[in-house]
Design a protein around this ligand. Structure first.
Ligand code: NAP
Length: 263
């Protein structure tokens, strides 16, 4: 018996085997879900297709989330293949390298708009289409980071985007609640992925997290995948509008001092 037996899941944001979306996809597959995946650009096809085949994906479609026609095409294909869907995963974010170093105050207008469009508005655009394919209700999940709440050096415009994303989760949860569609986010601790590597000094941030987090470790793609599976399962049937921290407890700290330095 899998937690997601009989459910159809459409997952956006698979780039390669390091992607958080891949951790989620693997656990969803293990837990019995049928899988559809979407990736951003043609260059990713050679990495995404073999991964999608590993989990017997029924749908593999490319869509830049800034392109309404491309998104429409993915949902039309999802309707053809699955009829209805039960789960939508949004694991998509973007900020230019220039915006992920230096000071937030130097963020360009274009950089700000592009980051917010891809990282935040895309959730709204996908949720609106998913609603039509979830006549009996469903679960929508996005990925966020603690840089939304507190300053993480160089995270800059992404922190602002994640704050807007988390607020969007609450507004979408309100709007879609009457259709029995739940909307939640997982706030993951840092994981070494292509996107994360774009944040200047990310490696140091990663090391520090493992040193000071209450559980004394980093989180894995699988940790995030398991939490995501629970949130998207019927076991979380009364949970909506929430930001679930999967960060080895880092977010509860008031001061980030390694234990050894205190003894
Ligand atoms: P990732 O593997 O690079 O995934 C990010 C995905 O977003 C990629 O597939 C990327 O495609 C896609 N994307 C960017 N622009 C797009 C567009 N215009 N249209 C469609 N897709 C687009 O990195 P990840 O770390 O797994 O990121 C997944 C999510 O987790 C993001 O929301 C990220 O902010 C969040 N998160 C990550 C961490 C972490 O430490 N890694 C922690 C907390 C939250 P391209 O490769 O083509 O750009």
């Amino acid at each position: 018996m899998g937690l997601l037996d009989g459910k159809n899941a459409l997952i956006f944001g698979l780039a390669n085997k390091h992607s958080i979306a891949w951790g989620i996809t693997q656990v969803f597959h293990e837990q019995g879900a049928r899988i559809g995946v979407s990736y951003a650009i043609p260059e990713l096809e050679k990495r995404v297709v073999p991964l999608a085949e590993e989990v017997n994906a029924d749908l593999i479609e490319m869509a830049d989330v800034t392109d309404d026609d491309a998104i429409d095409h993915v949902f039309e294909r999802a309707e053809e293949v699955f009829g209805t869907i039960d789960i939508l995963v949004h694991s998509v974010a973007f900020a230019g390298r220039d915006e992920l170093s230096g000071r937030y105050v130097d963020t360009s207008r274009d950089g700000f708009n592009r980051s917010l469009e891809i990282s935040v508005y895309s959730l709204v655009a996908l949720a609106r289409r998913a609603e039509k394919l979830m006549p009996e209700g469903g679960a929508i999940l996005t990925m966020t980071y603690y840089g939304s709440v507190a300053v993480m050096p160089h995270y800059n415009v992404m922190g602002v985007a994640k704050a807007a994303l988390e607020s969007s989760v609450r507004y979408l949860a309100y709007d879609l609640g009457e259709k029995n569609i739940r909307v939640n986010a997982v706030s993951a601790g840092p994981i070494k992925t292509l996107s994360a590597s774009g944040v200047s000094g990310f490696r140091k941030l990663l090391n520090k997290h493992g040193e000071v987090a209450p559980l004394g470790k980093l989180v894995s793609q699988e940790d995030v995948g398991r939490a995501a599976a629970w949130l998207c399962s019927d076991w979380a049937g009364s949970v909506t509008g929430e930001i679930l921290y999967v960060d080895a407890g880092y977010n509860i700290l008031g001061m980030t001092v390694p234990r050894e330095e205190l003894s």
